[in-house]
Design a protein around this ligand. Structure first.
Ligand code: ZN
Ligand code: ZN
Ligand code: ZN
Length: 333
């Protein structure tokens, strides 16, 4: 059973997951052994190579765990956390631990091995977003969970061991640090100004236009003022809302269009970079409705994090966001 342990000095939680260590690829540094088409378990017709699906969209019908699906969600075969059991949070002198309980699922975005999120149609991308929503709505009913992390690693340098386009969901009993920091920062801004900091950012960025990459009816893409990584990009819904899974229907449609546009721009301007994508949304059990604002963060993997970053916590970014926005604006698909 994996285990959460809390660092007694900083309060930071880590997961000790010895079972996952059995995967030799976890210890090998780059290049990762990427599983290619011949042995791909995510292709249509290979449904028996994954655990049984928890959700699938089949426009043309067909039985569960058989071909004919458009999007398919399955439990991760090598989960970082275990879904069954109790948290059993306990102290041991100074130390605190709890069982490594969580749900770890894989969203197979397309049956077609050769497509990427950027080359899928807007409708297909939107369907993936609906699958995210449906899984979050289901998982948040489980009282043990406080957050569902939705993320995507694209390309081996970004951590993907399977080539086939997919995303992951991890339901967690602890709110991740980055969400905690954002929620607390947004709460402070709201306490001082009675406004949402993200809505304020959108207003100011639209007014200046310098860091705006692209806008559509409901979503804006921009290079944030203080990006950690070159070409880091945020996709924000224009209208205020704290939770991704409660967004109005048209925002998924607009987000799908925006994702495709931004990913195509990155493919064009940066030669199809590996990237990480993370959805930032409100923790379940907190009233953050007035001040937190869900969004998507997209980080092309163009540099390596080195000792300086790990040592100081400061990221050194060689590309200014003004320049990044200009490059991506120009790389119109
Ligand atoms: Zn495949
Ligand atoms: Zn807002
Ligand atoms: Zn964020």
């Amino acid at each position: 059973m994996p285990e959460f342990r809390k660092d007694p000095v900083t309060g930071r939680w880590v997961i000790i997951s010895t079972e996952r260590g059995k995967r030799p690829s976890d210890f090998r540094l780059e290049p990762l052994a990427v599983i290619r088409i011949e042995s791909c378990p995510f292709r249509a017709g290979r449904e028996d190579m994954t655990p049984p699906e928890v959700l699938a969209y089949r426009q043309s019908g067909g039985a569960a765990n058989s071909p004919g699906w458009d999007v398919r969600v399955v439990p991760n075969k090598f989960p970082a956390l275990q879904v069954e059991g109790n948290l059993d949070r306990e102290g041991e002198g100074l130390f605190e631990r709890m069982n490594g309980i969580g749900a770890h699922e894989v969203v197979i975005e397309t049956p077609d091995h050769d497509r990427t999120l950027a080359t899928m149609s807007e409708l297909e991308i939107e369907r993936v977003l609906w699958a995210f929503r449906e899984r979050v709505l289901d998982l948040r009913q489980d009282r043990r969970f406080r957050y569902v992390l939705i993320f995507k690693n694209h390309g081996a340098p970004a951590g993907a061991t399977l080539e086939h386009s997919h995303s992951q969901l991890i339901a967690l009993p602890i709110v991740p640090d980055f969400v905690r920091e954002e929620v607390e920062g947004a709460r402070r801004h709201f306490a001082a100004k009675e406004r949402c900091v993200f809505c304020d950012i959108i207003r100011q960025e639209v007014a200046s236009g310098r860091r705006v990459i692209h806008e559509n009816a409901d979503v804006i893409a921009l290079s944030p003022y203080a990006p950690r990584f070159p070409f880091e990009t945020w996709l924000l819904p224009r209208s205020h809302g704290a939770r991704f899974e409660e967004a109005p229907r048209q925002q998924y449609e607009s987000l799908a269009r925006m994702l495709k546009s931004v990913l195509l721009r990155m493919d064009r301007a940066l030669e199809s970079p590996p990237y990480n994508l993370v959805i930032h949304s409100s923790p379940f059990s907190e009233e953050t409705g007035s001040f937190y604002h869900w969004h998507v963060e997209l980080m092309p993997k163009l540099t390596r994090t080195a000792g300086f970053e790990w040592g100081t916590g400061f990221y050194i970014n060689p590309t200014s966001p003004e320049e990044a926005a200009q490059v991506l604006r120009a790389a119109k698909p």
